[in-house]
Design a protein around this ligand. Structure first.
Ligand code: NAI
Length: 327
């Protein structure tokens, strides 16, 4: 039998946490033969709710779940974890300045970076979900210099999956038949959902859709604004789709992407596609042997180029704002 893997979920008493922890305990993230020990972190005001989630995990009698640590102590939470899913953060409240929200999250991610660096298992894989996801990931990377930068990623898989979903609805095909969409850039409304290289079967999506105006207009806007549309409908932000996509992200990273398929991940830019190096930026990647690699050599037309640059510019500005909060 396999040794259990310790998986950290921060913000575990929140809505995404509540959807995510049963998925992890059921083997959706790491595989149906991989036992897990869940580490759940939240802050003291949520301690009682967190304990309630722990009670439910016990009650659900998950065969793969070999232990649960529910804590408000970041050191206990980080100790020995091989996978860290960072969902906890400070939400923007009405009337708050962007800088104030950034400042709160910068201090959270700075502190959690140090704890992960000191106490997590070597080679721990980190996924940041909490917004601003790309910039939180960048701060975590900066303050955990001994964690290899390739181990620190942020979630844009939800946006990627949303793009697959929109194409499948439009073409009336199975979502599993739609492949190789790309989310470029920031997990924000400047992200660029790109179907230039996407296929259904072996046919290019643009040829099947035959409506360039829709692909360059409404499709992009729908994916970019989907988070807001869910909040409007549910009065709460997307949680089940975020949790499911976080499982997809880690599963593909650890177990590999299928031959001929890529996915989108926010990763540390090496300057590929002329994206400024040193940003956490969403790229198309393939994964194998537990490592991601940016897909190289895709053609970028003029329309796409402008979109890649616009979302990079936003991330550069966010990075500057985050750094101004540090001083
Ligand atoms: P939520 O407010 O229900 O839960 C957040 C939890 O984090 C709360 O329980 C809170 O007590 C906890 N928390 C706050 N500070 C913490 C800290 N320092 N350490 C540990 N826990 C802490 O929010 P929800 O809906 O679960 O969303 C979580 C985050 O995920 C938000 O930042 C949201 O914007 C982001 N998000 C990102 C998506 C993506 O695709 N990247 C998609 C959807 C949401």
């Amino acid at each position: 039998a396999k040794e259990p893997v310790r998986v950290l979920v921060t913000g575990a008493a929140g809505q995404i946490g509540y959807a995510l922890v049963p998925m992890v305990a059921r083997g959706i993230m790491l595989g149906a033969d991989q036992p897990v020990i869940l580490h759940m972190l939240d802050i003291p005001p949520a301690a009682e709710a967190l304990n309630g989630v722990k009670m439910e995990l016990v009650d659900a009698a998950f065969p793969l779940l070999k232990g649960v640590v529910a804590t408000t102590d970041v050191v206990e939470a980080c100790t020995g974890v091989s996978v860290a899913v960072m969902v906890g953060g400070f939400p923007r409240k009405e009337g708050m300045e962007r800088k104030d929200v950034m400042s709160k999250n910068v201090s959270i991610y700075k502190a959690q970076a140090s704890a992960l660096e000191k106490y997590a298992a070597p080679n721990c894989k980190v996924l940041i979900v909490a917004n601003p996801a790309n910039t939180n990931a960048l701060i975590l990377k900066e303050f955990a210099p001994s964690i290899p930068e390739k181990n620190i990623t942020c979630l844009t898989r939800l946006d990627h999956n949303r793009a697959l979903g929109q194409i499948s609805e439009r073409l009336n095909v199975q979502v599993s038949d739609v492949k190789n969409v790309i989310i470029w850039g920031n997990h924000s409304s400047t992200q660029y959902p790109d179907v230039t290289h996407a296929t259904v079967g072996d046919k290019p999506v643009p040829e099947l859709v035959k409506d360039d105006a829709w692909l360059k207009g409404e499709f992009i806007a729908t994916v970019q604004q989907r988070g807001a549309a869910i909040i409007k409908a549910r009065k709460l932000s997307s949680a089940l789709s975020a949790a499911s996509s976080a499982c997809d992200h880690i599963r593909d990273w650890v177990l590999g992407t299928p031959e001929g398929t890529w996915v989108s991940m926010g990763v540390y830019s090496d300057g590929s596609y002329n994206v400024p190096a040193g940003l956490i930026y969403s790229f198309p990647v393939t994964c194998s042997g537990g490592e991601w690699k940016i897909v190289q050599g895709l053609s970028i037309d003029e329309f796409s180029r402008a979109k890649l640059d616009a979302t990079a510019a936003e991330l550069t500005e966010e990075k500057a704002l985050a750094y101004s909060c540090l001083s």
